[in-house]
Design a protein. Structure first.
Length: 430
């Protein structure tokens, strides 16, 4: 099949590379020249395990994957997958400007196509968006009939950054929300080589499945952090409690790592968007999901409270922040706890020495001036008054790095018993 992927970010590029690897011919359409050029040179513009190797083999050797800024290239494809970003507005609501732009431009191109074409959205969009926004825009700008001339699908992505390539080839499930059966059949065929349960449903249900998944994962994290805060008062180790919980098959062992809470490009923004839409559009302000966000907001700042307890006023204190990405094995700093923590440290007059193996440039782009970017963890640690471990990169997990230092661990990166033998160690909620 010939497939166009609109938006070549974490989701779009991994999807494009995965589909090309499975034998399809894929063109990525992106508005960003730099990304398009990098992809055409076989270089990944994002840090994602396995993606560079995949891209270099697919672009240069097989020629099955290429990129362009020209929407008209959609004309020669059978299927367009919309993978553009859906960021938050300042009030937490979803910002659909990229979705609107993509739907309009796809519609304009499809106006001159005579044969059937499927448009499937993979971006995360509030339930009702395909019906209320995407379908009307496609109809208006193409002059063709969605559900008949243009097949419509919502096909959410569930990848985890850092493991995205692996997740593409072995997903837990494939959700196909279809307006017309023909479009759903085509999507099922596209993913035919992938072994996973396929659940076919209507579009709005598929949109809600994506939000419910992220809301559940976020709830597990805030739940264990709340339990951790109680455990800390009792002198009980929450990691032992989580281990005890994990033997119950109904609970499992995933997303039960207590610490400074969730960040990243999905959980915080999707939860905010769902809470906003539910309260302001669907007529149900969801108390549980609001509490999940509140717990998460407070949790990250606990690391600063502990630093103040240890050091007193932070004005003029040299604080090393290890880890800027929202989690290890990615360069993504969107909604990363490190960014919020550093902003507060700077407001308090601390001298911040930051280090991350992959995310330094992305952090520089969003942080205010005044942060000293270090060349290694050891460089950040040397001459610091206190070290905050904010992201659990493997290279930070060596207790010997922290001899005689004050260390506050936000991610259980270190074994508390071993760490306490070499440094002044405090876990954020254990
Ligand atoms: P991203 O910001 O990394 O990538 C989006 C890409 O779209 C960018 O390259 C941007 O230049 C491009 N773009 C923007 N407007 C465009 C337009 N009109 N036409 C063509 N290209 C355009 O975003 P992402 O992390 O890949 O996320 C994309 C969507 O997938 C979001 O809705 C997100 O919530 C969802 N999602 C993300 C993840 C994740 O882990 N990153 C996981 C599941 C779902």
């Amino acid at each position: 099949m010939i497939i166009s992927v609109i938006g070549a970010g974490y989701v779009g590029l991994v999807t494009a590379a995965g589909l090309a690897r499975n034998g399809h011919s894929v063109i990525c359409i992106d508005v960003d020249d730099l990304k398009v050029n990098a992809i055409n040179q076989g270089v990944s513009p994002i840090c994602e395990a396995g993606l560079d190797d995949l891209l270099s083999s697919l672009t240069s050797r097989s020629g099955r994957l290429r990129a362009s800024t020209a929407y008209r290239e959609i004309l020669d494809t059978d299927l367009s997958l919309i993978c553009v970003g859906t960021p938050s507005n300042s009030d937490g609501s979803i910002n659909l400007r990229h979705i609107r732009d993509a739907a309009k431009r796809i519609g304009q191109v499809l106006g001159s196509k005579k044969s059937y074409h499927v448009v499937a959205t993979r971006s995360t969009i509030i339930p009702g968006t395909t019906k209320d926004v995407i379908i009307p825009l496609l109809a208006k700008y193409s002059g063709r009939k969605p559900g008949k001339d243009i097949g419509i699908v919502y096909n959410p992505e569930f990848l985890q950054e850092g493991k995205a390539v692996q997740a593409f080839f072995s997903p837990d499930r494939i959700i196909i929300g279809e307006l017309d059966k023909r479009a759903g059949n085509l999507l099922a065929k596209v993913y035919g080589d992938i072994e996973a349960p396929v659940f076919r449903t209507d579009i709005t249900t598929a949109e809600m499945i994506k939000y419910a998944s992220n809301a559940f994962l976020a709830t597990k994290i805030s739940f264990i952090n709340e339990v951790a805060n109680i455990c800390q008062k009792l002198g009980v180790d929450v990691y032992d409690v989580a281990k005890g919980l994990s033997f119950d098959y109904r609970i499992g062992d995933k997303f039960l790592s207590a610490g400074i809470g969730f960040g990243g490009s999905c959980l915080p923004k999707d939860l905010r968007a769902l809470v906003y839409a539910s309260a302001n559009r669907f007529g149900y302000p969801p108390p549980l999901l609001k509490a999940v966000l509140d717990v998460n907001k407070a949790q990250a700042l606990k690391i600063i409270d502990i630093a103040e307890r240890k050091l007193g006023d932070l004005d003029g204190k040299r604080i090393a922040v290890l880890g800027l990405a929202f989690k290890p094995n990615t360069d993504d700093v969107r909604d990363a706890p490190a960014i919020r923590i550093i902003r507060v440290l700077l407001e308090k007059g601390a001298l911040v020495k930051a280090y991350d193996p992959e995310a330094m440039q992305n952090a520089r782009n969003v942080l205010p001036g005044g942060v000293e970017y270090c060349t290694s963890a050891a460089d950040a640690i040397a001459s610091s008054d206190c070290i905050l471990i904010v992201t659990e990169w493997a290279e930070f997990r060596d207790e010997n790095l922290y001899q005689s230092k004050i260390v506050i661990d936000g991610r259980r990166a270190l074994d508390p018993r071993k760490a306490k033998a070499v440094c002044d160690y405090q876990g954020v909620c254990w």
